[in-house]
Design a protein around this ligand. Structure first.
Ligand SMILES: *[C@@H]1O[C@H](CO)[C@@H](O)[C@H](O)[C@H]1NC(C)=O
Ligand SMILES: *[C@@H]1O[C@H](CO)[C@@H](O)[C@H](O)[C@H]1NC(C)=O
Ligand SMILES: *[C@@H]1O[C@H](CO)[C@@H](O)[C@H](O)[C@H]1NC(C)=O
Ligand SMILES: *[C@@H]1O[C@H](CO)[C@@H](O)[C@H](O)[C@H]1NC(C)=O
Ligand SMILES: *[C@@H]1O[C@H](CO)[C@@H](O)[C@H](O)[C@H]1NC(C)=O
Ligand SMILES: *[C@@H]1O[C@H](CO)[C@@H](O)[C@H](O)[C@H]1NC(C)=O
Ligand SMILES: *[C@@H]1O[C@H](CO)[C@@H](O)[C@H](O)[C@H]1NC(C)=O
Ligand SMILES: *[C@@H]1O[C@H](CO)[C@@H](O)[C@H](O)[C@H]1NC(C)=O
Ligand SMILES: *[C@@H]1O[C@H](CO)[C@@H](O)[C@H](O)[C@H]1NC(C)=O
Ligand SMILES: *[C@@H]1O[C@H](CO)[C@@H](O)[C@H](O)[C@H]1NC(C)=O
Ligand SMILES: *[C@@H]1O[C@H](CO)[C@@H](O)[C@H](O)[C@H]1NC(C)=O
Length: 860
């Protein structure tokens, strides 16, 4: 078969940056046999280039050419169409809306009901009709047809597909500017904003239609294009004109734009001295701005409001309710059919008592703030609650997108108000696109959760779809995080989550494994080893990451004060943000029980409250979210809390060591660039998982004094501390937090202009070893290191991870900049000398933590 020979050639010829993501339209292996199975001519029932129907026809032309190598013509007029029922196949693919088909006198004979944005694909002989409920639905249908084709399947039977919920939005946390001229993305790890630069909308918006295309292909229907921590300038005419350009570029893809607003805008712009939502002048201000905005963007989806949260102004400033605040905007957009999304991420951290009021709990805030307001929101208000792992708009998470949290009880309480769940695609607390994290099972654990309202099945996915409480609105929002990076998110694999999000918002019952297999075929091609490996690693990614970060519901244990990235469990107590673990020498966990604790468990409907209030019935994986227990408390698994911590951290980091090895086996089986960039991430993750393992285990061992039954924690037989070497031009440096360096100490060059040398005589038998060097790479310079064995350089590297990795740049020597490089299969004679030469660069003093020399295959 010819394609077998051709395919690898084609692939190695084209180095792929990832910019086309899952829409590469790459030639499928069986393309020749499929060419005759698809129609040869396309009719678009709307030839206006602004119409998603026209876009659909263009995508089909591109798709047929790329996937099948088949050139097809587009016939603009519907005159060539014959009504169904004719027995002559004419090989036409017709795409349009139900109304347009009717106008063209085609009886589409729809048996299933189509809801907004849904579609029906009718296959009849050699004809295919893609019938959208609306123009956007027709485009979704075309993308769905192409999705099948790009996986080697020609749809051969008619089918209907409707979205589960009307709201399927992405949120962007893009700033107009940040410090310098860059349009930054808050919690974004994929480069600068595609929308803004230097305080204005970019001149060059060429990435915007490419992005809208990706969104449309997975059923997303709107994008909030600026940060919820919104800048007041967003409503100035010069910015609104720029938003109009963005909207014009997205409209052909059926993606509407929406805006986040700063509640205090009237005051911040100096127009009024108040932003009281009940003041007439304030109401008029917002109506005028809204009218002006809709003149430029007549199909604006609506507004997103974060108010009275994290120091942001809001209605509470004037003793007004959240409903007063939300309804102000809801009334302004109502004449235009717009929606107001109000974020339930409400808490006032200034009232939290860091010094230890046992009953204080930020998790309680959302329900408390919304208490008594259900029913007072206008019907075009949607409350966006962070889901358990997510913290922002809709109703999902009680704290903030942690590695495991329970579902927000607010979902059960807003029965007369539309709600949406807010998820996070960008991996703020979950490895910032440098650790692999596939969200499917995590999101399902939220969406499939049964809140048992009134003793009846009340799945979160049914609540947000509006089914459970008969709400016409509701759905999904996700914080996207994409930027100018060619991979969009800063990582090829991370893009599976954007794809997944669209698929799940359309149908929350899709299979976790099925989605990742589809995505892999579309993104990396058909090699079965590639598909299997990506699926396996992706499905392992959540338990692996949870294992080496924060277990049993204690939260992710990242540095909470700064980058939200590396390990820093000490920062999880005494911080002003209310993310606490209440760890002391004997015990750990937030007591959220009803009688003795913060009462959070009591915010759930009785059946769920009972489960969480009772330590016996609380699942192990949320134990420390709900209960405060001694480290020696025995879990349902039979292990103690502290031993579970130790075991899980070893299990997780040991599994992460397999990722680069498994990935290496795929070389030549997929695009080389995508392969090598992904390998780079896996190698880094494997090293950083060991930093995590040791930082967390050392911290809790130190705090509790309880040793690891298996003798691993604090015992590192293969390790040589840099501080125990002979130093010349290097000196000892105590690292903060101490647990992020082995033996609390690293070495740094004594001056910022002269290199340092650390050397030691190795006490290993002659043989072949892997040699790992743990060092720190701050985001402030390009220090250089060289490793010698008996005077021979075996490796040289530079402190450039701030440009080769995606996580937030950090300036300090800590768990976020800790990094490992490993040299494999190094021949080491007995009594060899090992030497590291570090060349500082500016303020980066070539820090080294330790060297580990271990037999290949061992996890040190
Ligand atoms: C064709 O598309 C344009 C742009 O979306 C729209 O204004 C027009 O109403 C559409 N025509 C029909 C017949 O649907
Ligand atoms: C950024 O915008 C300001 C006006 O707001 C302008 O003065 C400045 O020249 C711009 N900077 C660049 C680099 O274009
Ligand atoms: C909004 O942006 C302007 C600069 O464009 C800045 O001066 C102002 O402080 C920003 N407002 C907020 C609330 O951050
Ligand atoms: C509304 O705000 C304006 C501007 O600050 C003020 O002059 C007016 O008195 C306020 N109206 C009421 C009823 O408080
Ligand atoms: C809000 O209410 C508190 C307590 O009732 C009061 O002290 C405060 O002055 C009020 N603030 C405003 C802006 O009305
Ligand atoms: C915080 O809690 C501590 C200990 O319970 C108490 O001494 C202190 O007064 C509290 N502070 C505030 C501001 O409530
Ligand atoms: C009850 O709360 C107190 C703090 O007020 C805490 O010290 C104690 O451990 C808690 N008891 C139980 C059984 O959780
Ligand atoms: C996570 O840790 C638990 C407890 O040690 C273990 O049973 C499980 O296999 C681990 N899973 C992974 C993927 O590391
Ligand atoms: C650990 O670090 C201290 C200095 O912080 C040093 O004196 C000691 O030798 C180190 N231990 C080892 C085993 O390197
Ligand atoms: C994209 O991000 C990766 C880090 O994740 C970086 O190595 C690469 O240089 C970036 N590429 C572009 C074109 O910005
Ligand atoms: C080098 O160190 C000196 C003294 O600490 C400091 O003044 C200088 O700014 C440093 N140079 C750089 C490039 O960081």
């Amino acid at each position: 078969m010819l394609w077998l020979l051709l395919l690898p050639l084609l692939q190695s010829a084209a180095a792929e940056t990832g910019i086309d993501a899952w829409l590469r339209y790459a030639r499928v292996p069986n393309y020749e046999s499929l060419q005759d199975a698809v129609p040869g001519r396309i009719v678009a029932l709307n030839s206006s280039s602004a119409s998603p129907v026209y876009t659909a026809s263009q995508e089909l032309v591109m798709g047929f050419a790329g996937i099948l190598g088949k050139e097809v013509e587009v016939i603009d007029s519907a005159s060539n169409m014959r009504p169904y029922g004719s027995d002559i196949d004419s090989g036409l693919l017709v795409v349009g809306t139900v109304a347009q088909f009717a106008e063209a006198s085609v009886d589409v004979g729809l048996e299933d009901e189509l809801v907004n944005d849904g579609y029906h694909i009718r296959i009849s002989g050699s004809d295919a009709h893609i019938i959208g409920a609306n123009a956007r639905g027709a485009l979704h249908g075309a993308f769905n047809y192409l999705n099948a084709l790009a996986q080697g399947n020609v749809p051969s039977e008619s089918y209907t597909s409707n979205p589960d919920a009307p709201i399927r939005w992405v949120n962007h946390w893009d700033n107009l500017q940040d410090g310098g001229t860059h349009g930054s993305v808050e919690r974004g790890y994929g480069g600068e904003s595609i929308f803004y630069w230097n305080g204005s909308v970019r001149e060059d918006l060429s990435r915007v239609p490419q992005y809208a295309r990706l969104l449309a292909s997975v059923g997303i229907n709107a994008a909030i294009v600026n940060n919820v921590n919104a800048n007041e300038s967003m409503v100035e005419p010069r910015i609104v004109k720029g938003l109009q350009r963005i909207a014009d570029l997205m409209r052909p893809y059926g993606v509407q734009i929406g805006m986040a607003l700063n509640f205090a805008t009237p005051e911040l712009l100096g127009v009024l001295d108040t932003f009281d939502p009940l003041n007439r002048s304030v109401i008029d201000f917002w109506q005028e701005r809204t009218d002006m905005i809709y003149q430029h963007v007549p199909d604006l989806a609506g507004f997103l409001i974060k108010a009275s949260s994290e120091g942001q102004p809001g209605p509470l400033t004037y003793n007004r309710t959240l409903a007063d605040g939300a309804n102000l905007f809801a009334k302004a957009v109502r004449p235009y059919g717009g929606i107001t999304m109000f974020r339930a991420f409400v808490y006032d951290y200034t009232t939290l008592n860091q010094t230890g009021n046992w009953k204080d709990d930020r998790a309680n805030a959302a329900v408390e703030f919304f208490d008594g307001l259900d029913g007072s929101f206008d019907d075009n208000v949607v409350i966006q609650t962070q889901d358990y792992l997510n913290s922002d708009s809709v109703l999902v998470q009680p704290i903030d997108f942690q590695v495991r949290e329970p579902v927000s009880p607010l979902f059960a309480r807003l029965q007369n108000t539309a709600s949406a769940v807010e998820l996070q695609i960008t991996q703020e607390y979950l490895g910032q696109q440098d650790h692999v994290f596939y969200f499917a099972d995590l999101w399902k654990s939220i969406l499939d959760f049964d809140l048992r309202v009134d003793g009846e099945e009340s799945l979160v996915k049914d609540i947000v779809a509006g089914r459970r409480f008969n709400q016409p609105l509701g759905g999904y929002a996700a914080v996207s995080g994409i930027g100018l990076n060619q991979t969009w998110l800063g990582s090829h694999l991370a893009m599976s989550n954007l794809y997944l999000y669209g698929q799940m918002a359309w149908n929350p019952s899709v299979s976790s494994a099925g989605v990742i297999e589809d995505w892999t075929r579309l993104t990396f091609g058909f090699n079965q080893d590639v598909i299997d490996t990506v699926r396996e690693i992706s499905l392992e990614s959540w338990p692996t990451y949870e294992n080496y970060t924060g277990n049993l519901g204690i939260q992710t244990l990242t540095d909470i004060l700064n980058a939200h990235y590396g390990p820093n469990p000490a920062s999880q107590d005494g911080n002003p943000w209310g993310q606490w673990t209440r760890a002391d020498a004997d015990s750990i966990g937030m007591d959220r029980t009803i009688d003795n604790g913060t009462g959070f468990a009591g915010q759930y409907p009785p059946e769920v409250a009972q489960i969480y209030d009772n330590i016996e019935t609380t699942p192990d994986d949320l134990l420390l979210w709900f209960h405060h227990v001694p480290y020696t408390y025995e879990l349902n698994s039979g292990e103690t809390v502290i031993q579970h911590f130790y075991n899980a951290h070893y299990a997780g980091s040991t599994n992460a060591q397999t990722f680069p090895t498994r990935w290496q086996a795929l070389q030549g089986k997929m695009d080389e660039q995508q392969w090598s960039e992904t390998l780079h991430k896996f190698v880094y993750q494997a090293g950083h998982s060991i930093v995590w393992r040791d930082a967390i285990n050392d911290f809790y061992y130190n705090l509790s004094g309880i040793p690891d039954k298996l003798g691993r924690v604090g015992h590192h037989p293969y390790r040589v501390e840099a501080e125990s070497m002979e130093l010349d031009g290097y000196e000892l440096y105590p690292v903060t937090p101490w647990n992020t360096a082995s033996n609390k100490t690293c070495i740094v060059t004594s001056s910022n202009s002269t290199s340092g040398t650390a050397s030691t005589n190795l006490d290993v038998e002659s043989g072949t070893y892997d040699v790992a060097v743990n060092y720190f790479d701050q985001a402030i310079g390009r220090a250089q290191w060289t490793l010698y064995i008996d005077g021979t350089a075996i490796g040289e590297w530079s402190g450039d991870s701030d440009i080769t990795l995606s996580h937030a740049p950090v300036l300090y020597i800590d768990g976020q900049t800790a990094i490992r490089i490993t040299f494999k299969d190094v021949d080491i004679p007995s009594r060899a000398t090992l030497k590291i030469v570090g060349v500082p660069d500016g303020q980066e003093p070539a820090p080294v933590d330790y060297v580990s020399i271990f037999p290949p295959g061992v996890v040190d």
